[in-house]
Design a protein around this ligand. Structure first.
Ligand SMILES: Cc1cc2nc3c(=O)[nH]c(=O)nc-3n(C[C@H](O)[C@H](O)[C@H](O)COP(=O)(O)OP(=O)(O)OC[C@H]3O[C@@H](n4cnc5c(N)ncnc54)[C@H](O)[C@@H]3O)c2cc1C
Length: 380
């Protein structure tokens, strides 16, 4: 991996940034999604033989970051092409790849991802959504029961990739299984959670009540376990970092523009170091986090799942923190205007906190680094 971005990546950045500028903050999600899909941006990471761009997370993260920097982030990119597309491309059957990947790549089909449960939260080993094999005399296939929470975009996606466990592995360390559950499957109930977030993608609580699925709803191997799950979770972390970096850059750009022109003494407020230095600090932190995100994407794309795990966690942590601080400072830089609808920064205070909580919280990443990287003992 070169520290300097390749010309190809710079060109991709410039092209996506131009698309983002055309749509801007008041963007219509569906229009942008379909345009980005047609241009090949949504499936840039997916294999060429199934309609993708043949690239990897390095490219997909550039797309999301640039759209976010232009004020029009597509949250579902974290889930549909990055988690679901990757897991299907790596572990799906030939039929599943043919059925899903072309649509995920051009954006005409989308998939949500559900792992979080009300009683498990950060402790995924405690998830209880259970898949039972139905007898052949009973039609065969799988029967799923369980509950999920905070799952994004279930209303606008064609299906949700649900993480469960088989009945044989109902207790103990998680041996996850992944199932494609169509949006309108019988027994698959959703209710929207009333969030304070201003975003087109809503969050849902899900109830799976004897949801019957065909045998081929299972993606990959029921014994593949965590390897298969992390093939999706590491991309999710890298893409959440891209989401956070885009938002942080968007906020910082607005604050810098404002600080150059707003004048209440002899000089624009940007001349006061109390305003300039925190903005410079935010810029540095965003740049540093981007370097770690690129490292994580590079390791993942190179097939180094173990190396990518640590880097993806660190990138998500660094980008989340950089985003929260950049947004906070941006709002402050605008004074009263920082809290007006017109400038559109105040709503980012809530949005930026998502990057600190999801998909894995700041504390759980610090736990990971404490245990995995530093070898410190666990408290839990
Ligand atoms: C906007 C949004 C979108 C989301 N989209 C999805 C989605 O599409 N699909 C999906 O499956 N999930 C989704 N989530 C859920 C998200 O991944 C969880 O909120 C997250 O994993 C944290 O789980 P929790 O909310 O249950 O918090 P908890 O696990 O209850 O944690 C609460 C607090 O306790 C801390 N904590 C917990 N355990 C420890 C520990 N051992 N040591 C130190 N601190 C600890 C946490 O860091 C956190 O600060 C979304 C969440 C949000 C906010």
């Amino acid at each position: 991996m070169s520290i300097v971005e390749t010309q190809e990546h710079q060109d991709l950045r410039a092209a996506v940034a131009a698309l983002g500028r055309r749509h801007g903050r008041g963007f219509d999600r569906d229009t942008l999604w379909s345009e980005a899909g047609k241009l090949g941006y949504l499936g840039v990471n997916l294999p060429e033989e199934y309609g993708g761009g043949g690239g990897g997370l390095a490219e997909l993260s550039i797309v999301l970051e640039e759209l976010g920097a232009a004020g029009c982030p597509l949250l579902l990119m974290v889930v549909s092409p990055a988690i679901c597309g990757t897991v299907i491309a790596r572990f799906g059957t030939e039929e599943q790849k043919r059925e899903w990947l072309p649509g995920l790549a051009d954006g005409s089909r989308t998939m949500a991802f559900g792992i979080t449960e009300p009683d498990a939260g950060s402790n995924s080993h405690r998830i209880t959504t259970t898949a039972r094999k139905a007898d052949d005399s009973d039609g065969g296939g799988w029967i799923l029961n369980g509950r999920k929470v905070f799952v994004s975009g279930v209303d606008i996606t064609d299906a949700t990739l649900i993480v469960g466990r088989t009945e044989d592995a109902r207790t103990g360390s998680l041996k996850p299984c992944l199932f494609i559950v169509p949006r309108d499957a019988q027994g698959f109930h959703r209710s929207q959670i009333d969030m304070e977030l201003q975003a087109v993608e809503k969050q849902f609580e899900l109830v799976l009540d004897d949801v019957r699925l065909p045998a081929d709803a299972l993606v990959g191997d029921e014994d593949a376990g965590l390897l298969q799950l992390f093939a999706g979770l590491n991309p999710e972390r890298v893409m959440t970092a891209a989401f956070a970096l885009g938002m942080g850059r968007h906020a910082l750009d607005k604050a810098v523009d404002y600080a150059k022109t707003r004048q209440v003494w002899k000089q624009p407020i940007g001349a006061h170091q109390a305003i300039a230095h925190p903005l410079a600090q935010a810029y540095i932190e965003i740049e540093l986090a981007r370097l770690m995100m690129r490292k994580a994407a590079h390791l993942y794309d190179a097939g180094d799942d173990a190396g990518a795990g640590e880097a993806a966690n660190m990138a998500k942590y660094a980008a989340g923190e950089a985003c929260v601080r950049a947004v906070d400072q941006a709002v402050h830089t605008l004074g009263g205007n920082g809290l007006t609808r017109e400038y559109g920064l105040a709503s980012l205070i809530t949005a930026s906190r998502v990057a600190r909580i999801a998909p894995v919280s700041r504390e759980m990443i610090l736990n990971y680094v404490s245990h995995q990287s530093l070898g410190l003992p666990k408290s839990y």
